[in-house]
Design a binder for this molecule. Structure first.
Ligand code: ATP
Length: 462
């Protein structure tokens, strides 16, 4: 259930707002700290403060979306609050309906992200992937405009396009056109079809991708490769739904959702004159950026296991020796998930089961190189990849949380205090409010848990 926190110091407007929401039966539970297992929460805050930043950081780490309300006079400036991780920030004006609608939207989006069709295609639970999936689902399911998916090679742009089509309301087919694999002179025919005799070799009529995508989606992979002379025709069919076959003079109709992908900086191509400004603005109505693997290190081991299963047809994840895990986590992946997948297939081919995947299963060229400064840390031949991209601090969730606290400017004493508070709060919540079970879970006495709870109440949960 969504939670609500009062960080205003119990100012009258905030207490009244919480009462108003509760009286209107908006499902909310009062909380002293973000319930990280929930999908959404609301914070009432009088001003930007360290407590607000801490709560937003905690919520974001737990993948919880937070709506922050400031005083009715608009004193709370939204930009720093959004920067600190809030999903929305506005002044409280007593309106309940938008809050209920906002909570419902969050719930809907998160449900789609966690659904089997999405998860089957795009695996991973990292905050970076989840944030990209949110943008994708919001654009694809709750909008109709074209979507531009950008990102480095191998980050899953094509899979994201398939997800966008799957969650959209388009009932027709998804037609995929890879602009890199088609000879530029034949691109017009590929997209719009041709009439018989339109050019040498056009022995019969061809309908083309726009026709096939009618009522569905057209996915143009590497749209930056689209020849300049075809760009106005693409713009017309996207805007007006009309096009002509090559060599034809009849206007034909097609209505489809356009999804494009690129690993180029299209905005720069526009400045350089190699991509039309009007087409760019049309196709980039919603932009989704797929994160590189170096920004989602926490996904590496689960993706590796998934790719190994794919390679061997096994039903369960393989055990992986810690030394191999270390190499997987520390190497760089210039080709992103495609590199990781190929590595998993190479390792799976060498592995003789049953038993864990061991260092000897790594092909020689994938092992840490002797004499290389990073050999002890498991770095390898791919070190020519993005410089400094792999941050071992980002690997385990606890270290990430601590890194966040350090970055937020908390001293060691504060970090210890807050970690202890969070541990008690989580344990109490997990044990359904039973202090004794929470104490057993944490190896504390009942009294120690009660004292921490009391201190928390005294300090207003700060
Ligand atoms: N989240 C994911 N879960 C499972 N497999 C993935 C995921 N993302 C990518 N892959 C796999 O990685 C490989 C590359 O994915 P995809 O072709 O979608 O990337 P891309 O960004 O379109 O690449 P390119 O820019 O080179 O066209 C594919 O084998 C795909 O199945």
């Amino acid at each position: 259930m969504p939670w609500v926190m009062d960080l205003s110091g119990r100012q009258a407007w905030a207490s009244e707002a919480i009462e108003t929401l509760r009286a209107a039966h908006v499902p909310l539970q009062l909380a002293d700290a973000p319930e990280t297992a929930a999908t959404a929460g609301i914070i009432f805050a009088a001003a930007q403060s360290q407590d607000l930043v801490s709560a937003l950081g905690m919520a974001e780490y737990g993948r919880c979306r937070v709506l922050v309300f400031g005083p009715p006079d608009g004193r709370l400036k939204p930009w720093p609050v959004l920067e600190a991780g809030a999903a929305e920030c506005m002044a409280w004006h007593g309106q309940v309906e938008p809050v209920a609608a906002w909570l419902q939207r969050i719930e809907d989006v998160e449900t789609v992200i966690d659904s089997v069709p999405v998860r089957d295609k795009l695996a991973g639970q990292s905050p970076a992937l989840r944030s990209a999936l949110r943008d994708l689902v919001v654009a694809a399911k709750f909008g109709n405009a074209p979507i531009l998916i950008q990102g480095e090679t191998g980050t899953g742009k094509e899979l994201a396009a398939r997800v966008a089509h799957a969650v959209s309301s388009q009932r027709g087919n998804l037609v995929v056109v890879d602009c890199t694999t088609i000879v530029p002179t034949l691109m017009g025919s590929e997209l719009f079809g041709h009439e018989r005799g339109a050019f040498t070799g056009a022995v019969s009529v061809r309908t083309g991708a726009c026709s096939g995508a009618d009522q569905g989606s057209l996915f143009l992979d590497e749209v930056g490769e689209l020849p300049l002379e075809l760009q106005p025709e693409l713009l017309r069919v996207v805007q007006e739904g009309t096009y002509k076959r090559v060599g034809g003079d009849r206007w034909l109709h097609s209505k489809f959702r356009l999804i494009c992908a690129t690993n180029r900086d299209l905005a720069r191509e526009v400045s350089a004159g190699s991509f039309r400004t009007d087409l760019y603005h049309r196709i980039a109505a919603s932009v989704v950026t797929m994160p590189p693997l170096r920004d989602r290190l926490e996904d590496i081991l689960c993706l590796f296991a998934r790719f190994c299963r794919e390679a061997t047809g096994a039903r369960t994840d393989p055990d992986v020796d810690p030394a191999v895990q270390d190499v997987l986590l520390r190497r760089s992946y210039p080709g992103n998930l495609r590199d990781l997948r190929q590595l998993a297939f190479r390792i799976a081919a060498r592995h003789v089961g049953p038993g864990a995947i061991t260092p000897g299963d790594l092909p020689r060229e994938d092992r840490p190189q002797a004499g290389h400064p990073g050999a002890d840390q498991g770095q390898n031949a791919y070190d020519g990849g993005p410089a400094g991209a792999v941050d071992p601090l980002a690997v385990d969730p606890l270290t990430r949380a601590v890194a966040w606290a350090v970055d937020a400017g908390l001293g060691l004493r504060d970090i210890k205090e807050r970690a202890a508070e969070a541990a008690v709060a989580v344990a109490v919540e997990r044990s359904g409010g039973n202090v004794h079970s929470a104490a057993t879970m944490l190896g504390l006495t009942d009294r120690a848990v009660q004292q921490r709870q009391a201190r928390r109440t005294d300090t207003g949960g700060a």
